[in-house]
Ligand binder design. Structure first.
Ligand code: 9D3
Length: 239
């Protein structure tokens, strides 16, 4: 059972997400327990403040350690021997998320995902209470909530018994997640004049496997040449 807690000033953003079929059924099965917590529950001042202006000047606001560090300690335990959950801060300054990182996180017993807003969080929060920083890519969002959902969805589908079809996880780890897939088709056989490739309806499974391998490689080469080395596909000029 993987316990995932999320610390955020927008817990309501997670309610529909956590109720969707996929995450909900993982929780029903007992594979995961995911909960979003309102950071403002740990504020002690009249205005329930979570941020303040930056030392040294500059635009925007910075999240203060005052509610954040006690909140992290309450949900994850104190750093060192008292730590019960691995604490991840979603941050543009973090290591880029990979499939390998999702797999590593899925093997931990408990995670605390900390979502920032504003310009960022006080460095002392990172020094005192955060185990690692993760980014979901090189583009600018407004906060860590959507990245936290990306992590939760990517992790939960890896938990044993959650995905209806474990063969598809096998396939992706065999490929290292590195080859794009070729085209998929379902009924009807002809739609607005476009036919399903004849080979897929031939019943020749060896030929179908070869066709899928070939279309996957050419599509990867065309769209993501950066992936082809890792995937063991051959670039035309390297053969
Ligand atoms: C002054 C520059 N700031 C705005 C352009 C920097 C900045 C602060 C806060 C940029 C983004 C954010 C909020 N982003 C996240 O919290 C975040 C994020 C992201 O923006 N991209 C990819 N991954 C992540 S994980 C968390």
């Amino acid at each position: 059972m993987l316990k995932i807690d999320i610390l955020t000033i927008f817990p309501q953003l997670f309610s529909a997400f956590l109720e969707t079929a996929f995450v909900h059924s993982a929780q029903q099965q007992g594979a995961a327990a995911v909960k979003a917590h309102d950071l403002r529950n740990w504020t002690t001042d009249r205005h329930r403040s979570v941020d303040d202006s930056p030392y040294g000047g500059g635009p925007g606001m910075v999240m203060t350690p005052e509610p954040l560090v006690p909140a992290i300690e309450a949900l994850a335990g104190e750093m060192g021997a008292g730590r019960q959950a691995h604490v991840v801060y979603l941050s543009p300054q973090g290591q880029p998320l990979t499939q390998e990182k999702l797999s590593e996180l899925s093997h931990r017993p408990a995670l605390l995902l900390v979502c920032g807003r504003y310009e960022g969080i006080d460095q002392r929060i990172l020094d005192l209470a955060v185990d690692e920083e993760i980014s979901i890519g090189d583009y600018v969002l407004a906060g860590g909530e959507v990245p936290a959902m990306v992590l939760v969805e990517g992790i939960i589908r890896l938990l044993p018994g959650v995905l209806g079809n474990p063969a598809s996880i096998q396939t992706e780890s065999f490929q290292g997640g590195a080859l794009l897939e070729g085209p998929h088709y379902t009924r009807p056989p002809i739609y607005r004049g476009l036919s399903v490739p004849e080979i897929l309806r031939s019943g020749d499974h060896a030929a179908i496997d070869r066709w899928r391998q070939k279309t996957a490689q050419s599509r990867t080469l065309e769209r993501r040449p950066d992936l082809t080395d890792r995937a063991g596909a051959h670039k035309p000029d390297s053969v």
